[in-house]
Unconditional design. Structure first.
Length: 238
């Protein structure tokens, strides 16, 4: 058993214990008066308690592997947070995203989350549009589909459907090459990794995308950065 698999096993056990304890606590206090609807919904924070997220949850959800051979679970629904530009991503990574945005700004770079969460339907639409574009360039149906899948994941197999992936764009007067050079060396400090490195295409199955960053948590991101690992390599999976 690899070190990463052992960590995940411990995390699952911890989560089960937390669930049992929370269930017992809830039964003991079931007679407490319920909060009003207003008290439950009036908040300016992301739509979940960042502070109360258990250690077990933090160890499991950021490391979910989704690629060509690992699909998004059918019942998976991420807690989404909506940015000012209308883009959405998993609310649990919002604090780290904000820290990274501010750190980049201090370094002289302005960036934005251009494309984040996608539904399965949206992912399918994007794939079909890419295939149609290649067809217009004169490619055969089979060739157009092959080329499209080098850049667009199959619906149900895209990290964007997890809400943990962000396509980052340079904004304002920031030059893209300078921003991506900074991200490559600093994103791991905030729990993000360059998900599809140029020299790891055979492992990830996706062409190089310097703008695509994935949240995995600070500890995992730092180890992957130091050892130059993809998420597949870190987890010991394909």
């Amino acid at each position: 058993m690899t070190k990463q698999r052992f960590r995940l096993l411990l995390a699952v056990i911890a989560l089960l214990l937390v669930s049992i304890i929370c269930g017992l606590a809830g039964a003991a206090h079931k007679d407490r008066p319920a909060r009003s609807r207003a008290a439950q919904t009036e908040t300016t924070d992301p739509p979940m308690s960042y502070v109360e997220t258990t250690l077990a949850q933090w160890q499991i959800w950021p490391l979910m592997l989704v690629n060509r051979t690992h699909a998004v679970p059918d019942d998976y629904v991420p807690p989404l947070f909506t940015l000012e530009n209308g883009q959405q991503f998993d609310a649990r990574m919002y604090p780290e995203w904000q820290k990274m945005v501010l750190a980049a700004k201090d370094a002289g770079f302005t960036m934005e989350a251009a494309y984040c969460y996608r539904s399965n339907e949206t992912q399918r639409q994007i794939l079909n549009e890419r295939i149609a574009w290649y067809r217009k360039q004169g490619d055969s149906a089979a060739e157009a589909e092959r080329k499209a899948r080098e850049y667009v994941a199959e619906p149900g197999h895209s990290e964007h459907e997890l809400g943990l992936a962000i396509d980052i764009h340079a904004a304002g007067e920031t030059k893209a090459e300078n921003l991506f050079a900074w991200l490559k060396e600093n994103a791991h400090l905030y729990g993000f990794i360059e998900r599809y490195p140029e020299d790891k295409v055979e492992i990830t199955g996706i062409a190089y995308e310097r703008w695509h960053y994935r949240f995995v948590g600070r500890d995992a991101a730092s180890e992957m950065y130091e050892k130059h690992l993809t998420l597949e390599e870190y987890l010991g999976e394909e």
